[in-house]
Ligand binder design. Structure first.
Ligand SMILES: [Zn+2]
Ligand SMILES: [Zn+2]
Ligand SMILES: [Zn+2]
Length: 301
């Protein structure tokens, strides 16, 4: 499925997880969606996460999920590179994006001054949360709060930059930032969660999705594909779990045109038919020229 040798030089991004925060299968789900995985464990998917390898071989992780052991192992298998992480970037405080942070502590990795990059609001939450603050006090992690729309070089010779972009997303714990990864040749947008396209586009001051992607010179966009449709929220109030559905996004972007970036859906809920590669919904996305992100997939930027 993926190359097992070192991928050589150049900056590249590896997809380490494509599930919504709860993973797939999801705890407590006895419906058909998760039953299929219980019968075939190779269909298991992990909470959304990405790894970036700099041109100097340095490693940078986006999101700290509870499946970190599996994800780092996948990454090492693909790259034959067991270098320690140089930095960790976290989009927001919702469960699956940060619940693995404690793994950097004494009981597991026992990291030494790992640079963690997050917003001011998330850094305050980390310091207010006793078991995470212990990581700060023990110097397992050093928190570097970032500022919206400023590009950062994660380590001196990594050859790429990360620009956090503030995005409206239910902010009961912290705010949310998408990450634009600016490589020497290409740019990749990571937007796993947001509330609505209307509020996001208003916030970034663009009229359409294409206008925004063009303005940021985006070549690859990994975007929120949590739900296929609002039917998946039976028994839940959609206002409590707001995400633009994939159906809505497809209506807004239509078919892929030659000059469009590669757009891939990620952060899939366990109920999303896009988890099944032979579903009509999966085929529809493909037919329109778009796709679904795959764990182990590599983007050279
Ligand atoms: Zn999420
Ligand atoms: Zn399920
Ligand atoms: Zn979220």
């Amino acid at each position: 499925m993926f190359l097992t040798s070192n991928m050589g030089s150049g900056v590249r991004v590896v997809v380490l997880g494509i599930s919504q925060d709860g993973g797939f299968p999801q705890a407590g789900c006895n419906l058909d969606c998760c039953q299929s995985v219980k019968n075939n464990l190779s269909l298991t998917k992990h909470p959304v996460s990405m790894g970036i390898i700099g041109s100097d071989g340095s490693k940078h992780l986006i999101e700290a999920t509870r499946d970190l052991a599996w994800q780092l192992n996948l990454w090492n298998t693909i790259e034959s590179n067991e270098t320690l992480l140089s930095s960790l970037w976290i989009t927001h405080a919702h469960h699956g994006h940060i619940d693995g942070l404690g793994l950097f502590g004494k009981e597991v990795i026992n990291a030494k001054k790992l640079n963690v990059h997050c917003s001011e609001s998330l850094s305050k939450l980390i310091k207010r949360t006793p078991n995470w603050n212990l990581l700060v006090e023990s110097e397992n992690i050093i928190i570097n709060p970032f500022i919206n729309s400023i590009s950062y070089t994660p380590s001196p010779n990594c050859g790429f930059k990360i620009k956090p972009i503030k995005i409206p997303h239910r902010a009961e714990l912290s705010d949310m930032h998408a990450f634009l990864i600016i490589g020497p040749n290409k740019n990749l947008l990571f937007l796993p969660d947001h509330d609505t396209w209307e509020s996001t586009l208003k916030f970034v001051n663009r009229r359409t999705i294409r206008d925004w992607f063009k303005a940021e010179r985006i070549d690859f966009a990994l975007i929120d594909g949590t739900f296929w449709s609002s039917n998946e929220l039976v028994g839940r109030n959609q206002k409590n779990v707001p995400h633009p559905t994939v159906s809505e996004t497809l209506k807004l972007i239509g078919n892929k045109k030659f000059e469009d970036p590669v757009i891939k859906f990620t952060h899939l809920n366990h109920t999303n038919p896009l988890n099944n590669k032979s579903s009509n919904e999966f085929l529809k996305v493909k037919k329109m020229g778009w796709s679904v992100a795959d764990e182990g997939e590599i983007f050279k930027i």
